[in-house]
Design a binder for this molecule. Structure first.
Ligand code: 6R9
Length: 649
């Protein structure tokens, strides 16, 4: 690892903005000065400039009860009004909000006026189903316009959405529904993925069988046209119900700290955390970052963020940021390689996309496929590229710039988290001289530092733990139903500083390089997975006595899940008759979702443990990455590692 770090930090290539780009850029260098002079005043100005407040706020930040922040808390606004109605009222109703493309090639073009009309009806529908401000609604949909409509309709009436990624299993959906006590689920019959319809409604049905649930209704969007089972009285077709409701809906203002959404993310324990975000501060930073980091000119740009709405990137940079800013964007339902490996590039050519935001794992898989695919298409409309989800290695950065960006476009590497709600560390494309592989600098108004274990700030050329030292507008407001876990997870290590869980280093210019998680959270294809969660899925299988999971370096996905499993003595015979590894991989996919399926499962007879019984994942990672095994002196039984290696070779 330290070798890689040294290589990274010797990266010498530099890319200053072109004169033309710098001159026309939305964000200029004085943003940093304004924010440095008066951080809170800066955020207050941004919020007033970027959003419509029904009741203007007079207080910017209330930090009297840390770590529970309140931003703009005596102000009132409506999130959906900010994303929709006000653009229509300003005369931009005919601007395209969404160029939607289904995987099979069907398309829809939706203007701001049309999207507003849809959301108004959907808001009336939710109200008619008894949903009130503060109630939770689970959304389990493919990447279709109704996902955006559903989120905004929930926000419009002051309710709280919990979007569950469509790739998650029935079990994962159920635990999220239960934790948030959702009253309604919005789903679809099915969605298109890799040339096939995957059934979503079936998973909802499976999730809701068994013990009584809080769910009163299931609204079903027709998309896949696949057959679905129907529970009379509970299940309702979205299109049938929408046809019955009023088209008019006046958006009511809600307090700035009204909850907006809960989004579950993996932590270091088995149970996912429901990260809570509220409205005024979240929307301020979503809009600010989307406009300044991507240099958005809403009248002329076509923006595309490839993230699914089931992740935070989809919340902030598909729904709230772009729509608050009145952007025109592409929304694509399917996978990048269907029906051909150039599908994304075809879409960029077709819609003349000018700003494109994706993840390093996608870039690395395109690198593997070869540049001949993007080269078949005209990508000259692109002018800004973004990266998110994990560190982008300089090779992938250079390929992205050369092959996709025509050796011309700036690339912004954006560091942030579900918890931070919006981008925190990133270049500004018209200001910053870019360095391949580095996220570089905190945004204006954001205070970041790198500390050693004792909490002392490290200097240039040194590494440590990334912290946020001052509250920020889009910060999480807590973990749903678990204030103690919120305090314990993020605010106990360094007191009043937010501990992000990422390792980072300053280079010799004092710029920031992210080094990956320092806890038991893995990052697979930009998705966060917890070792504990997968271990508990594995031990839930009748064959498994014990399991240990590690994240091993993987060329394409960044990290890959590798599991070491001990089979119960009395199950050995049955297990041997089967392909145990295949059986367990299938089991994990059922329990959590296909993204959590281990790449490798090694059946072993023992696991390396310390005398206090802690599994030494470091040693297993050595094995999984094919390295010589490190220091084993703290093991209770030092022979364990040789027995594991003997098994695997
Ligand atoms: C937005 C998002 C958060 C974790 C975060 C870090 C990693 C995200 C990164 C990055 C290096 C970047 N991460 N962006 N690491 N450089 N530009 O991905 O949220 O799913 O909550 O993951 O992802 O490890 O802590 P989330």
């Amino acid at each position: 690892m330290s070798n890689t770090i040294d290589n990274l930090l010797h990266e010498a290539r530099r890319f200053p903005p072109s004169d033309e780009f710098a001159a026309n850029a939305v964000a200029q260098a004085e943003l940093y000065e304004r924010a440095a002079e008066d951080r809170l005043g800066f955020w207050a100005d941004q919020s007033r400039e970027l959003l419509h407040w029904h009741t203007p706020f007079t207080r910017t930040l209330d930090w009297s009860n840390p770590p529970f922040a309140k931003w703009f808390d005596d102000g009132e606004l409506n999130v959906a009004y900010n994303c929709l109605d006000r653009h229509v009222l300003a005369g931009d109703g005919d601007r395209v909000a969404i160029h939607w493309e289904g995987e099979p090639g069907d398309t829809r073009t939706i203007t701001y006026a049309e999207l507003t009309a849809e959301v108004k009806k959907a808001a009336n529908l939710l109200t008619s189903l008894g949903i009130r401000a503060g109630d939770r609604v689970a959304i389990y949909l493919p990447m279709i316009p109704e996902a955006v409509v559903a989120m905004l309709a929930v926000a419009r009436i002051g309710a709280v959405h919990s979007v569950v990624f469509g790739g998650f299993s029935a079990e994962s959906l159920r635990s999220r529904i239960d934790d948030a006590e959702a009253k309604l689920v919005i789903t679809a019959d099915g969605g298109w993925r890799k040339g096939r319809v995957f059934p979503l409604k079936d998973a909802v049905d499976a999730a809701l069988t068994g013990e009584a649930t809080t769910v009163e209704h299931v609204l079903v969007v027709k998309r896949g046209e696949n057959e679905v089972a129907w529970t009379e009285g509970r299940d309702l077709w979205w299109h049938d119900e929408l046809a019955l409701v009023d088209a008019d809906h006046v958006a009511k203002a809600f307090p700035a700290e009204q909850p907006l959404f809960i989004l579950y993310t993996s932590g270091t324990t088995g149970k996912p955390k429901g990260i809570l975000h509220t409205t005024g501060g979240y929307l301020t930073q979503a809009a600010f970052t989307h406009k300044n980091v991507f240099d958005l000119h809403p009248e002329s740009d076509v923006y595309w963020c490839s993230a699914d709405v089931g992740w935070i990137t989809g919340h902030t940079y598909v729904v709230y940021g772009p729509l608050a800013n009145g952007a025109t964007q592409v929304l694509y339902e399917g996978t990048p390689e269907t029906p051909h490996p150039g599908r994304w590039w075809e879409l960029i050519e077709k819609y003349k996309v000018s700003i494109f935001y994706t993840a390093p794992t996608a870039i690395r898989s395109f690198m593997k496929l070869g540049r001949q695919h993007p080269q078949r298409f005209d990508l000259s409309s692109l002018r800004v590229l973004g990266s998110v989800g994990e560190p982008i290695n300089p090779e992938a950065w250079m390929w992205y710039r050369d092959v996709i960006g025509g050796d011309r476009t700036p690339i912004v590497d954006t560091w942030w988290q579900t918890e931070t709600g919006a981008i925190m560390v990133s270049a500004l494309p018209g200001v910053t001289t870019l360095k391949p592989g580095s996220a570089q600098v905190p945004l204006p108004g954001i205070s970041i530092d790198i500390l050693d274990e004792a909490g002392t700030p490290v200097g240039k050329d040194q590494g440590g733990l990334l912290v946020v030292t001052e509250p920020w507008p889009s910060m999480l407001r807590g973990i749903w139903g678990d204030p103690e876990r919120f305090t314990e997870t993020y605010w106990s290590k360094f007191g009043d500083k937010y501990f992000a869980g990422d390792g980072a280093r300053y280079d010799s210019d004092g710029e920031i390089w992210l080094m990956g998680r320092v806890d038991d959270v893995m990052n697979v294809s930009g998705h966060r997975l917890s070792t504990a969660e997968i271990e508990s899925a594995l031990v839930a299988h009748p064959f498994t006595a014990e399991a240990a999971v590690v994240g091993a370096a993987d060329e394409t996905t960044g990290q890959a899940v590798v599991a070491f499993v001990i089979i119960k003595q009395n199950q050995l015979e049955q297990a041997e008759a089967l392909d145990v590894a295949a059986e367990l991989r299938k089991h994990v996919a059922q329990q959590i979702g296909a993204i959590a399926r281990p790449r490798d499962i090694f059946i072993v007879s023992e696991l390396p443990k310390t005398r206090s019984g802690k599994i030494m994942r470091r040693l297993l990672r050595d094995v999984a990455e094919g390295r010589e095994v490190g220091d084993t002196t703290t093991l209770a039984d030092t022979a364990v590692m040789s027995s594991i290696q003997a098994k695997l070779s």
